[in-house]
Ligand binder design. Structure first.
Ligand code: ARG
Length: 389
């Protein structure tokens, strides 16, 4: 029997996909990647087995996700179309890469995912799989099967005795990991309708809260966040704490219409408290320690990097080369940034670094001034020379 490793989420689509693949003659290994989606795995594992999986493999990828995916994206300043901090997009190459590893370990000849034919995620999965092992057969049941609606799928599940998770009956399609929550579908499909209070997963209820301003300090070493409020902290703890406090303040909410790779515009809302705070603080620290030309050039790369992540091009030579360049820009990005949190937003109110390029003696308008103002005239005359009439 041919063996297939299915990227299994525990949801309706992939539960049904297990049975569907088995009916097509495959032995199915359900592979669950933990990137912090807060799903009860015991129930999901049980569901996979009842649906017909020969084996369930669970991999905790959270640490790897933070260190090898989130930190590079943070260093790059990657934000798609100015707002989306890429939680879903960043997780897919990791999940797919580990899926290939599981396929090799299990001597499977095929892999499968539960992505639809309309989205970006199918692209991210399949590009990654092909970049890492072009020989694996790729199956996309949701793109191929006969079910035309969720109702038909549920009927099939019921008829085949596959237990459905009723707690998951949200009117939205939700994807969650430690870098943020992505929410689409349901009432959000009308881009002119305000997101309902129930669409928010982490920041729910922020509107009703009466919150005092709160100061937090973030420490960075070479572009990597290493501490919160003076306490050293590992990646996962730091992200968790920032998500907790940021969620309370309703920070990192985004409501946008974005351009998918497959050409469709889609309306999505995001909640990314930790990502928002970290990106904001990191960029601010860069403004202190990077010279003007490097800072400006790096901003152009941030756009490219975000696009590349969004387009599923993580395992490509361009991504590798960009990481090398961006890595070298981070040598001096060490220091502390103080942020003031208010409802829905944070503001940087202070920053310091041993590598600060800020010189009070040059910037000041007081007696401490060391800047020779006579130099300005010659500089401006040469700058204007090409344009002088
Ligand atoms: N639009 C986002 C992306 O392509 C998120 C996709 C998944 N969203 C969801 N709500 N299931 O990266």
């Amino acid at each position: 029997m041919k063996k297939v490793v299915l990227a299994y989420s525990g949801g309706l689509d992939t539960s049904v996909a297990i049975r569907w693949l088995r009916d097509k003659g495959y032995e199915v290994i359900a592979y669950m990647a933990d990137v912090g989606q807060e799903k009860t795995t015991t129930a999901a594992i049980h569901r996979a087995k009842v649906a017909g999986a020969a084996k369930v493999v669970v991999r905790d990828l959270k640490k790897k996700f933070a260190v090898d995916y989130l930190w590079p994206a943070l260093k790059a300043g990657a934000v798609y179309e100015g707002r989306y901090t890429l939680a879903t997009a960043l997780s897919r190459p990791l999940i797919a890469a580990e899926q290939v590893a599981v396929a090799h370990a299990e001597h499977a000849t095929a892999v499968a995912h539960g992505c639809t034919g309309k989205g970006n995620d199918q692209v991210r999965f399949e590009v990654t799989i092909q970049a890492l092992d072009g020989k694996l057969e790729i199956l996309a049941p949701v793109r191929e099967w006969e079910f035309k609606s969720r109702e038909e799928e549920i009927l099939y599940a019921e008829r085949n005795g596959i237990p459905i998770d009723v707690t998951q009956k949200s009117p939205y399609s939700i994807d969650k990991n430690i870098w943020g929550v992505s929410v689409e579908a349901g009432a959000l499909e009308d881009p002119d309708v305000e997101p309902g209070a129930d669409s928010f997963q982490w920041t729910r209820g922020a509107e009703k809260k009466n919150l005092k301003e709160k100061l937090i300090t973030l420490d960075f070493v070479r572009g990597v966040p290493v501490g919160l409020n003076g306490r050293k902290m590992d990646a996962l703890k730091l992200i968790a704490e920032l998500n907790a406090v940021g969620s309370l303040y309703g920070i990192g909410r985004v409501d946008m219409v974005e351009n998918r790779l497959v050409g469709i515009k889609s309306r999505e809302t995001y909640e990314a408290p930790a990502a928002t705070l970290l990106l904001q603080a990191h960029r601010d620290l860069e403004s202190l320690v990077l010279d003007r030309e490097l800072f400006h050039f790096k901003e152009t790369l941030a756009l490219k990097y975000a696009e590349l992540v969004y387009y599923g091009l993580w395992f490509t030579p361009l991504k590798k080369a960009l990481d090398a360049f961006i890595g070298s820009t981070q040598e001096k990005v060490t220091g502390a940034v103080r942020l003031k949190l208010r409802k829905y937003s944070a503001q940087v109110v202070g920053r310091r670094s041993p590598h600060s390029l800020y010189r009070e003696s040059l910037a000041t308008y007081s007696k401490k001034d060391k800047f020779d103002q006579r130099l300005a005239k010659g500089f401006i005359d040469l700058w204007a020379l090409p344009y002088k009439k």
